[in-house]
Ligand binder design. Structure first.
Ligand SMILES: NC(=O)c1ccc[n+]([C@@H]2O[C@H](COP(=O)([O-])OP(=O)(O)OC[C@H]3O[C@@H](n4cnc5c(N)ncnc54)[C@H](O)[C@@H]3O)[C@@H](O)[C@H]2O)c1
Length: 413
């Protein structure tokens, strides 16, 4: 490979870890990032964590001149830049479509003029909507949307024809897309636009569908970011994590180090024209994750607050089937969740954390984007605000690790 690698959005959480991974592997890295205030604060300075060897160009994806300058001498592009808040995308529609969709269009017009050797775009599990499920006969069925009436009753789980329960299965790339938010729509735009243009202009292109990525550097002052960073911003301010529904929804939490490695593996593979899931392949409930984080931060006395509320467009379970990435790029998750959590906590202890979560929740509520279960209860009938039985909910306390229900499912990002 002759030229530099450009990472758009490379000053952010995932992009900066990818930059580390590539610099350590000997590549020369440039970043194009507008240092968005919601992620980087009002002062918009080069983040201290960005590797010294990384060249940072501050500019906007929608600015043709900035993108053209950033592409000079580049042979590989990782297109990571995006606005990333699922809930926020439901009321800042123009901003999300503009940065994510239009920004990708600008990049692709420039690449059509001067193609590169490889393009990798960050896609998202959010494009699946619900994950894959199994019906009572054992046949796989794509999960369908839950009605608002069902959510108001607090019946959180999906049911099949005739009201029979559905159980979650690992979700492969073949599961039909079901777009439930403007964010998801814009991520699908990014993915398809890159694959379409890549084919047309003979640029080997791969889309990576990231699941719930966690780790250091995720913006703690951004209430629209990943669920672990949101919980951390609450706990560091001695406030309880706010949990939607009953907390038993499952997600696939994958370490940012595994994600960065997956990106390098794609770069070094010959794969093109494909979309690959990048997750841990394991489901964990949001409640278990909140409890594990409060334990790891030494905040055991703070129980999560289970709201019994759901968000419009939220899903119940989605966990990655990572067999395609295993087969095609040799991807294997290496960071155990427990170790990843310790790594995250070590970083969190040095961080100021502004808690804007209540403001963001109120914003969604005032716009009618949350649904309150009435009467408030969790699926097993216990009142939602009753104290949490940590012993039974968090088996690590009992000296054993509970397997999530099967390799079942897994907050959509
Ligand atoms: N974090 C996750 O769990 C997750 C899951 C699935 C997909 N993704 C995708 O991964 C990518 C990175 O996410 P992240 O969590 O690191 O987010 P992040 O907000 O930390 O990073 C995004 C970066 O893009 C930059 N950016 C935003 N708008 C821009 C613009 N107009 N021009 C140039 N730069 C701009 C921001 O300043 C930021 O540095 C995104 O595409 C996101 O959709 C993330």
């Amino acid at each position: 490979m002759s030229g530099k690698i450009l990472i758009t959005g490379g000053a952010g959480f995932i992009g900066s870890h990818l930059a580390d991974e590539l610099v350590h592997a000997g590549y020369s890295v440039r970043v194009l990032d507008n240092l968005d205030a919601q992620v980087h604060g009002g002062r918009r300075r080069r983040p201290a964590y960005l590797h010294d060897d990384v060249e940072l160009q501050v500019g906007d994806m929608r600015d043709f001149g900035a993108v053209r300058r950033a592409l000079q001498g580049v042979s590989v592009v990782f297109h990571i830049a995006a606005r990333v808040g699922v809930g926020q995308s439901m009321y800042e529609l123009q901003e999300y479509v503009s940065v994510n969709t239009l920004g990708t269009a600008v990049l692709l017009e420039e690449l059509a003029r001067a193609p590169v050797d490889r393009l990798v775009v960050a896609s998202s599990m959010s494009i699946y909507g619900e994950g894959l499920y199994r019906n009572g006969c054992g046949s796989p069925v794509p999960g369908t949307r839950r009605s608002f009436e069902q959510l108001r009753r607090g019946d959180w789980e999906l049911v099949g024809a005739g009201g029979s329960p559905l159980s979650p299965l690992p979700t492969p790339e073949s599961k039909p897309v079901d777009l439930e938010s403007i964010y998801a729509l814009s991520k699908y735009d990014q993915e398809r636009m890159c694959l379409i243009a890549g084919r047309a202009y003979d640029i080997p292109t791969v889309a990576l569908r990231f699941f719930n990525v966690y780790g250091s550097r995720q913006a703690l002052s951004n209430p629209y970011t990943g669920v672990l960073a949101i919980f951390a911003s609450r706990l560091l301010n001695d406030r309880p994590p706010l949990i939607f529904e009953d907390g038993l929804q499952q997600r696939d939490f994958v370490s940012v180090h595994d994600v960065a490695r997956a990106c390098r593996l794609v770069l070094e593979s010959g794969v093109r024209g494909r979309s690959l899931n990048i997750g841990s392949g394991r489901g964990r409930t949001v409640l278990d994750v909140a409890l594990a984080l409060s334990d790891a931060l030494g905040k055991k006395s703070i129980d999560p607050e289970i709201s019994g509320r759901s968000r419009v467009g939220d899903i119940r379970h989605c966990v990655a089937d990572i067999s395609t990435a295993r087969e095609l790029i040799g991807y294997e998750p290496e960071v155990r969740f427990e170790d990843g959590l310790l790594d995250l906590c070590a970083w969190l202890r040095g961080q100021p954390a502004q808690d804007r979560v209540s403001i963001a929740s109120a914003e969604l509520h005032s716009r009618g984007l949350t649904i309150e279960a009435n009467p408030l209860r969790v699926a097993d009938g216990t009142p939602s605000r009753s104290p949490i039985d940590r012993e039974s909910r968090h088996p690590a306390r009992k000296g054993r690790t509970r397997e999530p229900r099967g390799r079942q499912a897994g907050e959509a990002k």
